[in-house]
Design a protein around this ligand. Structure first.
Ligand code: CA
Length: 227
């Protein structure tokens, strides 16, 4: 999951970046509205955290530019405490949720998880595909009764595939949503990662949860089956 953070307060931005990375997101961040507006158009953003008070252009202007250009990824707006007018304006301008400063990091993480799930059509915290269950809150993953130990990247990969279960996803798209702009991305790495995840999900080749579609990418089987 790729998250874009636009926040000009240095310490807060760093805290957001660290917490989001720890929570398993690929994170791109900036302190400028212009640059943020550009990143939102050019990067494959899954969700954005947008501060409204920025030094160059207003956060609302950034949001307007994205929405006018047809970008509809969910946006969590950060407002100054007590600025109800900002909240209303933000929601009217296409923000999906807002949070007043100061806030707890857990609150940001919970809001973002909810936004990402909703934009993928999931109403609940626990995602399911066949015998696989993934708890987006605790990061616990099970196949039937068996609990899996996944690395951070294996978890990211599985979460992305589950949020898009039934869709064909190219290696390039996967790489773009798993790694931030500063990370060297290579589709071979995605292949290796998919291989490792497959062996953990399905060590005895019982139900082959991840299909390979030659030249097109991967697809997680969406149908619920007995493990
Ligand atoms: Ca600010």
């Amino acid at each position: 999951m790729r998250v874009l953070v636009i926040e000009d307060e240095g310490a807060l931005r760093e805290q957001l970046v660290q917490s989001l990375r720890q929570a398993g997101y690929a994170v791109d961040a900036t302190d400028r509205g212009e640059e943020g507006a550009y990143m939102g158009r050019e990067y494959p953003v899954d969700v954005a955290v947008l501060d409204l008070g920025l030094p160059d252009i207003d956060g609302l202007e950034v949001l307007n530019r994205w929405r006018d250009a047809g970008f509809d990824f969910p946006v969590l707006v950060l407002t100054a405490r007590g600025r109800w007018d900002e909240k209303v304006e933000g929601l009217e301008n296409g923000a999906d949720d807002y949070l007043a400063k100061p806030f707890h990091m857990e609150e940001v993480l919970a809001r973002l998880r909810a936004l990402v799930r909703r934009s993928s059509g999931w109403a609940t915290r626990v995602l399911m595909a066949g015998p696989i269950t993934l708890d987006t809150g605790t990061h616990q993953v099970r196949v039937g009764e068996r609990e899996l130990e996944l690395t951070a990247y294996e978890y990211r990969l599985l979460e992305y595939l589950m949020l898009h279960a039934g869709e064909v996803i190219s290696k390039t798209t996967l790489a773009e949503h798993l790694y931030d702009e500063e990370t060297d991305r290579d589709s071979n790495v995605v292949e290796v990662l998919v291989g490792r995840l497959r062996r953990k999900l399905d060590p005895d080749s019982d139900f082959a949860p991840i299909e390979t579609l030659r030249g097109r990418g991967y697809r997680l089987r969406a149908a619920t089956t007995d493990a």
